[in-house]
Design a protein around this ligand. Sequence first.
Ligand code: NAD
Length: 467
Amino acid sequence: MGDYRLLIGGELVDGDEHLAVVNPATEEIFAKVSRASRKQAEAAIASAKAAFPVWSKTPIEKRQAVVSAIADVIRDNADDLARTLTSEQGKPIAEAQGEVAWTEGYLRHYATLTLESKVVQDDETARVEVHRVPLGVVVGIVAWNFPLLLAAWKIGPALIAGDTIVVKPAPTTPATTLKLGELVKDIVPPGVINIIADDNDLGPLLTSHPDVAKVSFTGSVETGRKIMKNGADTLKRLTLELGGNDVAIVLDDVNVKEVAPKIFDAALLNCGQVCMAAKRIYVQAPIYDAMAEELVKLAKEVVVDDGAKQGTRIGPLQNKAQFKKVQDLIESAKKEGGTVLGGDRLDRAGYFIRPAIVRDVKEGNRIVDEEQFGPVVPIIKFEEDDDAIRRANASPYGLGGSVWSGDFKRARRLAEQLDAGTVWINQHITIGPHIPMAGSKQSGIGVEQAHEGLAEFTQVRVLNMAK
Ligand code: NAD
């Protein structure tokens, strides 16, 4: 059984308490993980605060070199990290290897970013320069669907910006992140990165602490709201990457056999537990039956099994609460008149549900209105192009969305009207470290990735010099 400790002030420390981490494919405990007490959370913030004056003054080239070194250590330990990730998160080993490779890649990209200063006035009266300076201590809190990647999305920009950080993974997926702490311990100056685990109890302390300048959060809308409230007294800077209910709008001129597998993958990557997964599939009436049939066929064929087994395409749900929530949504879809094809539990231990394709549902049904975050895919019929846009935009969410068509002009006209932070044409979930990612409406506040994301880890400082 793995043993994982906290990283506080450059030291690996035992938690005052422990957490048992369950493998969702077996429901057995696979690791014992240190759990931080409130005192240890305070110590992590204090360490980050103590490290800030020197780290923030460290030349950016050196900070970039440290981030590159973290990417190197991730590459060198990729197999171990991927196995741990599959054991705690459930995702197929190939996807876990992909997450580790992405994590390395994002860090390598951050390591190339710089903080640009600019001169906005230089005349006989004054020279005015705009600089980007670090904020101080950042708290990074992440969800359980991509524990390692999401942690890197906080660590990379914080370090490049000159901030120090306290990272807190979700209670059901702390092992890989704590393993990362072990790996970076001797690479990063003490206190610059601190990693602690909790049992869903330390969030309020971390997000209201007066010594924390910013919270970068990835998780649910509900928790995002709490974080805004908790950070309000000290007016914390916030980046909130929250939930989504992305549409994929499939027009009647597509080649159904070509597009269906792409929609299937966009909906079911990581067992559907992706913030930007395709969660509402709007299909135009003439191809509705054909598309639904094709998706059902793919759902029947797909291999659902323990992610540790080679060849598994869909692993279990990550935790028991999510497993129950998805079953509940399947039942509600049936009660509300939907036709559910698939969606059975596997007859064994583990939080396994075969993908469910749900036909004949519409807005007002829970499976359409709520974020399912699991392998249940509602297919909604529409007639006119503009009607699909109106219905898609009626959601409080606005993370991403896609339009699928054989006619690029037709697709683009619709794509430009979708109210979402990212809009794709003939693809979905394609992201990258050079591409800003932002949610509109209740899917979030602020931006992650690229220069726009890095800027959020800094404060504007104007130097206005009279001549
Ligand atoms: P969650 O909000 O329940 O938990 C996320 C994290 O917040 C965990 O680490 C949790 O311990 C912590 N937390 C809980 N209460 C807190 C509080 N009061 N203050 C501060 N932190 C607290 O979310 P989840 O169920 O782990 O993740 C699923 C959700 O995350 C989905 O809605 C999904 O769409 C979203 N998500 C969004 C993105 C994105 O980039 N937009 C990416 C991944 C997941």
